[in-house]
Design a protein around this ligand. Structure first.
Ligand SMILES: [Zn+2]
Length: 437
C-alpha cells in the first residue's frame, strides 16, 4: 500500500542516502542553505537535462545564456528590485525572533515566547548586497542576483546581433539565485541560495497572448512527460489583484505538497516592461527591426520560471512510496529511469563471485556512460533495499548459475519481479530502459 511522504521523512531520506545535507553541517549548518551530495548531484543533472530537452524539442529556437551572479546597482534599479523587492518584517521585542509580517497575526502574541511586544513592521530588501574592490572609497555596490532573468534582458541585444536569431525565439538560463528570505522554510522549498531554470520568450506584441497560451500547454506537457502524477498538478491563473503592475497575465503551475498546494513554476506575460526599463535606465536601444512592416518594435516577453530545487523536491515527493515486500517494510523511490541518479546496480550473490561482476560492471559503464554501481556489501535483500531507497530502476544479480548459463537475474525496483536475461543483452536492456520516456 502506498503511503504519502511527509517532509520529515523526505529530509531524513535525503540525508541518509546522500541527496542533500545541511550546508556546512559540522559547523551547525547555515539556515536556508543546503549542499547536494553525490545522489543529489546526479538527480539535479537529470532535472536540468530534462528541462533542456523539453526546450530543445519545440518548433521555436531556444538559445542559452550563463550570466554572472554579481550584478551592478544600476541593473537592479532598472529591474525594480532595489525599490520593490521587499518583504514586510516584524521583530518580537521580548525574544528577538524575526517574522515575515504577512506570515503571522500581529493581533496575537508571539508564537515563540507568548508575549505580545511587536516592533513596527519594516520593509526588508531581500537582495544580498556587497561591495566590489578593496578600498572602500572606490567600492561599488553590487548585488547577488535574486533571479536569473535580468541577465537575459540586458544581453538581449548581444544575443540577437551575434546569433542572427529571429523573433519569436527564447533565451534560457539555468543558474543560482540568492534571496535573503526572512524565514526560509520547508527544506528545499524556500531557500536563501537556490537554482532557477528560466526561459524568456521574445515575440511580437500582437502575438503575445497566443504565445502565453502556447507556453501553458508546453509546460504542462513537460510535467506529464517527467512522470509526475498529474492529479497533483494544477494550473492556477492569478487574480487581477495578485498581478505585478507590469504583468498582463500570470499562471502558476502548482503541485500538491504534503504542506499544501504551492507554486512550482510561474508562467508570466510580462509585456515589454523589462526591455522598456533597461532602455530607459541604460539609454541603449533594445528594439528590433521588423522586415515586414519596416518599423522597429520592442518585443514582448513570456517568462517560464521554475525552481530547480523545487522540482527536485517535487520529483522526490512524487516518487516516494512505502510498501511491504515479503513481510518486510521498505521505502522506494519510483523515479522514472531518466530521473534516477543510478540507472542500475550490479550485485554478486556472494563475494566469491566478485571478479566476473566487477569486470561486467566496468564493461557496461564504459560502453554506456551511465551512472551504475557495483555493490557487494551486506545481504542481497539489504542491497536491494538500499537501491530501492535511491530509486535505482533495476538490479542485476550474478549467481552460481550465471557461470553455467551466462545469464543474470534482473530485478525490477517497483514490482520487485525478477527474470533471467542473457549477459550479452544487458547493455541493450539498459539503453532501452534509460532512453524511454
Ligand atoms: Zn517572542
Amino acid at each position: 500500500m502506498s503511503s504519502p511522504a511527509t517532509l520529515d521523512k523526505l529530509v531524513a531520506l535525503c540525508k541518509r542516502r546522500g541527496f542533500v545535507f545541511p550546508s556546512a553541517e559540522i559547523y551547525g549548518g547555515l539556515n536556508g542553505v543546503y549542499d547536494f551530495g553525490p545522489m543529489g548531484v546526479l538527480l539535479k543533472e537529470n532535472i536540468r537535462a530534462a528541462w533542456r530537452r523539453s526546450m530543445n524539442s519545440l518548433k521555436y529556437e531556444v538559445l542559452y545564456l550563463e550570466g554572472a551572479l554579481l550584478g551592478p546597482h544600476a541593473m537592479w534599479q532598472a529591474s525594480g528590485h532595489v525599490e520593490n523587492f521587499h518583504d514586510p518584517m516584524v521583530d518580537c521585542l521580548n525574544c528577538k525572533k524575526r517574522y515575515r509580517a504577512d506570515d503571522i497575526d500581529l493581533e496575537k502574541p508571539c508564537p515563540h515566547c507568548g508575549k505580545k511586544e511587536w516592533t513596527e513592521v519594516k520593509q526588508f530588501n531581500m537582495m544580498f548586497k556587497t561591495e566590489l574592490g578593496a578600498s572602500s572609497a572606490s567600492s561599488t555596490i553590487a548585488y547577488l542576483r535574486p533571479e536569473t532573468a535580468q541577465a537575459i534582458f540586458v544581453n538581449f541585444k548581444n544575443i540577437i546581433s551575434t546569433c542572427r536569431v529571429k523573433i519569436p525565439f527564447g533565451i534560457g538560463q539555468v543558474g543560482k539565485a540568492f534571496r535573503n528570505e526572512i524565514t526560509p522554510k520547508q527544506f528545499l522549498f524556500r531557500m536563501r541560495e537556490f537554482e532557477q531554470m528560466e526561459l524568456e520568450f521574445f515575440c511580437k506584441p500582437e502575438n503575445a497572448d497566443e504565445f502565453f497560451k502556447y507556453w501553458l500547454t508546453v509546460r504542462q506537457e513537460f510535467y506529464s512527460k517527467l512522470g509526475i502524477n498529474m492529479d497533483r498538478i494544477r494550473m492556477r491563473p492569478h487574480e487581477a489583484h495578485e498581478l505585478a503592475h507590469y504583468s498582463k497575465q500570470c499562471t502558476d503551475v502548482e503541485y500538491e505538497y504534503p504542506f499544501g498546494w504551492k507554486e512550482l513554476e510561474g508562467i508570466a506575460h510580462r509585456g515589454s516592461f523589462d526591455l522598456d526599463q533597461h532602455m530607459k535606465y541604460s539609454g541603449k536601444d533594445l528594439s528590433v527591426y521588423d522586415d515586414e512592416t519596416k518599423e522597429a518594435f520592442v518585443p514582448n516577453v513570456i517568462e517560464c520560471s521554475v525552481g530547480a530545487d523545487r522540482l527536485f523536491l517535487t520529483v522526490l515527493f512524487d516518487a516516494y512510496q512505502e510498501d511491504t515486500i515479503d513481510g518486510e517494510e521498505r521505502i522506494v523511490l519510483n523515479l522514472s529511469p531518466a530521473m534516477a541518479p543510478i540507472k542500475a546496480a550490479f550485485l554478486p550473490l556472494t563475494k566469491k563471485l566478485n571478479e566476473p561482476v566487477i569486470a561486467l560492471h566496468k564493461k557496461i559503464a564504459q560502453a554506456t556512460g551511465f551512472s551504475i554501481v557495483f555493490d557487494d556489501s551486506g545481504s542481497i535483500g539489504k542491497r536491494y533495499r538500499r537501491q530501492d531507497e535511491i530509486g535505482t530502476p533495476v538490479c542485476f544479480t550474478y549467481d552460481f548459475d550465471s557461470e553455467q548459463d551466462n545469464k543474470v537475474t534482473v530485478r525490477d525496483r517497483t514490482t520487485t519481479k525478477q527474470e533471467r536475461i542473457p549477459i550479452d543483452n544487458i547493455e541493450r536492456y539498459l539503453r532501452d530502459l534509460v532512453t524511454k520516456e
